[in-house]
Design a protein around this ligand. Structure first.
Ligand SMILES: [Fe+2]
Length: 413
């Protein structure tokens, strides 16, 4: 299934499609799993069941349209997620949370009221609600990944991966301009503004994301194994959403920022800066037309579709494909999979662009994370919705948070 969140559809259609997606993700859960906490630093799953609707209600109805609340208790209880440092888990108990039926009744009432009022809500606010929900579809996928297999209904078969390990050559990127950020008038989150250009010196970048096979060399020399790996009697395995499979050597390795940085040092290279990612992904080689120095997607102008990469929930099961899959998504320089199949860590700390202004109706969205403790990720994962694959979109996480589908590649000068 796919979110089919292309921007040409109406906001109402996109909201309905996003709701169907998050409903289908909750539908994977065994009933007993709703009160579990698969990631210690995040809320119990039951929180998210109420959070998506509470967020929409608080934003669209309470703040934008000044509608009186029918359940201030739920509006508040389900208002905020948490992002403590790794190891600082919350201490609430399942009994601290309402019954699922009560939450479902709240959700139903919220949706009905929002649907009545949607035409009156400012477009930017509705876009925020849709993308907020789609971001949670992605983080729900991470949460569910960490549940035992028997607590999820299975609708996928394991992928078959090549076993012959690929070479991963370095590709030359010439010096030039990188355009970061979103133009005024188009939708973007506060951290995507203002659009600006940066001069970037030439560098080299690995054609492919660093693979499990490449990372295995590092582990065999004593580095700790990533969160997604399991050591069994007959070797290393990848712990997927539904299956454990022998480590796919040509799939991207999913690691923390700290692990990616350590690998880069070990290999005598660096992680790309955010501006280098932009050059590798969106700039064009000299032989292409000079009036299109940068493109909206690595492959050009076309909307993201399943031929271009592993994203937008294209494949139920969400497993990574091999790093050389989808060559139709390569950049102008021939760099593969810059969008999809795993976010890519950069060495850039998450901070404001020149001219940054927090969104008045959601001031903490980015600003709360300009703390030198989060790093920018670019690109997208198998569970990133199509609308958030836009060039200006920025994601960020703490350097030791191990649960994200986050890959990396290397650069040198
Ligand atoms: Fe949220």
């Amino acid at each position: 299934m796919s979110t089919a969140t292309i921007l040409s559809r109406s906001l109402q259609e996109r909201l309905i499609s996003a709701r169907l997606l998050t409903d289908s993700i909750f539908g994977i859960l065994a009933p007993t799993a709703v009160y579990s906490r698969p990631i210690p630093e995040r809320h119990r799953l039951v929180f998210y069941l109420g959070h998506l609707e509470a967020f929409d209600w608080n934003l669209i109805c309470r703040k934008a349209l000044d509608v009186a609340s029918f359940s201030l208790q739920f509006d508040t209880l389900f208002e905020f997620g948490i992002d403590p440092p790794v190891g600082q888990a919350a201490a609430d108990q399942p009994s601290d949370w309402p019954q699922v039926e009560e939450i479902q009744a709240y959700n139903k009432r919220v949706r009905a009221r929002i649907d009545e009022l949607l035409d009156h809500a400012p477009e930017q606010i509705v876009q925020v609600a849709i993308e907020h929900r789609l971001m949670h579809a992605e983080t729900l996928a991470y949460l569910l990944h960490n549940l035992p297999f028997d607590q999820k209904s299975r609708a996928a078969t394991p992928l078959v991966h090549a076993t012959q390990q690929l070479p991963n050559p370095m590709i030359e990127i010439p010096p030039g301009i990188a355009t970061l950020g979103q133009i005024q008038g188009e939708f973007g989150w506060d951290n995507e503004f203002d659009e600006h250009q940066v001069n970037v010196p030439g560098f080299r970048v690995s054609k492919y994301k660093i693979t499990n096979g490449q990372y295995l060399d590092f582990v065999q020399q004593g580095a700790p194994a990533p969160h997604f790996w399991a050591r069994r009697a007959d070797g290393w395995f990848y712990r997927g959403m539904y299956f454990e499979v022998p480590l796919p050597l040509n799939a991207p390795v999913y690691v923390t920022h700290a692990e990616a940085s350590a690998y880069a040092r070990w290999a005598g290279k660096r992680l790309p800066a955010e501006v280098q990612f932009h050059r590798a992904a969106y700039a064009t080689a000299a032989h292409e037309t000079s009036d299109a120095l940068e493109r909206p997607y690595p492959w050009g102008n076309g909307e993201p579709d399943a031929s271009r990469g592993n994203f937008d929930f294209n494949r139920w099961g969400w497993d990574p494909v091999d790093v050389n899959a989808h060559p139709a998504g390569d950049s102008s320089f021939g760099v593969a999979q810059l969008v999809g199949n795993g976010w890519e860590w950069t060495e850039t700390k998450f901070g404001p662009f020149p001219g940054f202004q927090p969104m008045p109706f959601y001031p903490g969205y980015s600003q709360n994370f300009f703390d030198e403790e989060h790093y920018v990720m670019k690109g997208g994962s198998p569970v990133t919705a199509a609308c958030m694959l836009r060039r200006s979109f920025r994601n960020w996480f703490r350097p030791n948070y191990p649960y994200v589908y986050a890959s990396f590649r290397l650069v040198d000068d």
